[in-house]
Design a protein around this ligand. Structure first.
Ligand code: 5AD
Ligand code: FES
Length: 348
């Protein structure tokens, strides 16, 4: 029966909510291996053995939100706050460009300092120095007008994890000054405005069930995101979820395979969080169907401060060259990193 579900998923890229929940419940080493094999075949047909790199620049850990899971939430008084200047950001990009990166991801908390003027100025500066590069923003919820101005300034892509497609679950992870409806509104606006859009969620977040995960999968099936960020929840010691257990590598990889089969062209990162809960987590993610890695390009001096969860990797002096580290890791499992812009292949 499970085999027929997996075949149906691989052939029609769709299952019912109940079937997704069933497939999640049926996770076992054999089902995982079969899903991974089909996911890798689906990815290979579109992207070969290429793994795309994105240079991640963590521009600010100041945030007006108070998400219960997040280490940079506004209530965390132990967080040492920083914000990069425009010059620091262009310096990171220059170093990245020299190393071959052609996509820069600017990620940060919802820091009110980044008004439309400030952020548009940074984006247009990067696009004028590096017209051959893609600029991806991951700066949280903003107004439609703001997304429109940023798009006009040259931003190509936007990452905004939906976090969970179940409203009650969303509300259990966020205080009530945030809403599920606004999150979804942002994703629709970004899509409308012509961005390549990424959604995503944490695996093993508190109150997550097979049913909420099935809703995430059904949402992804309908939304068909260009990118999808899936990583394990990892507790942070200064948050209300400090004692909650982390998500597992096994379930994360299982979901990566399923998402690859739901939407074969999706750009799917093997995340830093996955590399944090297991020393070979990112390699395992690639072997399950992921095809993107995001080495850290932030100044080493601030990396420790952008701590969304405990024990985040790539924060020490030894991680100055994440690109080389990740290249070696990808080669070790038979893949190789490509440094082109790596736009999503929309045709199937
Ligand atoms: N564990 C794992 N991922 C986290 N994020 C935030 N806090 C944590 C955590 N404790 C993820 C969220 C957010 C992204 C930038 O990082 O999904 O969207
Ligand atoms: Fe950052 Fe390995 S990827 S140190």
């Amino acid at each position: 029966h499970i085999l027929s579900l997996i075949n149906a998923l691989a052939d029609s890229h769709s299952l019912s909510l109940e079937q997704y929940a069933e497939l999640i419940e049926a996770r076992a080493p054999e089902t995982a291996a079969l899903l991974a094999q089909k996911a890798v075949a689906a990815r290979k047909a579109i992207y070969g053995n290429d793994v795309y790199v994105r240079g991640l620049i963590e521009i600010s850990n100041i945030c007006k939100n108070d998400c219960l899971y997040c280490g940079i939430r506004r209530s965390n008084k132990n967080c040492d706050r920083y914000r990069l200047t425009k010059e620091q950001i262009t310096d990171c990009a220059a170093e990245g460009y020299r190393l071959g990166f052609r996509t820069f991801v600017l990620q940060g908390g919802e820091d009110p300092y980044y008004t439309d003027n400030v952020l548009c100025d940074i984006v247009s500066e990067l696009k004028s120095i590096y017209p051959d590069c893609a600029v991806t923003l991951s700066m949280g919820e903003r107004s439609r007008e703001s997304y429109e101005l940023l798009r006009r300034s040259g931003a190509d892509r936007y990452l905004l994890r939906h976090e969970t497609a179940d409203k009650a679950h969303y509300e259990s992870l966020h205080p009530n000054d945030m809403s599920f409806e606004n999150r979804m509104r942002c994703l629709r606006d970004l899509r409308d405005l012509g961005y390549q859009v990424g959604c995503g969620f944490m695996v093993g977040s508190p109150n997550q069930t097979s049913n909420t995960l099935a809703k995430d999968l059904k949402f992804i099936e309908g939304f068909k995101p260009d990118m999808c960020g899936i990583g394990p929840f990892v507790p942070h010691k200064d948050t209300p979820f400090r004692d909650h257990p982390p998500g597992t590598v096994e379930l994360t990889c299982y979901l990566l395979s399923i998402i690859r089969l739901i939407h074969p062209p999706v750009l799917l990162p093997a995340t830093t969080a996955l590399g944090t809960i297991h020393p070979e987590g990112r390699e395992m993610g690639i072997k399950a169907g992921a095809n993107v890695v995001m080495p850290n390009l932030s100044p080493v001096s601030v990396r420790k401060k952008y701590e969304l969860y405990d024990n985040k990797i790539c924060t020490g002096e030894e991680s100055a060259q994440c690109k080389d580290c990740l290249s070696a890791r990808m080669e070790s499992v038979g893949y190789h990193i490509v440094t082109s812009r790596g736009d999503v292949r929309r045709q199937k």
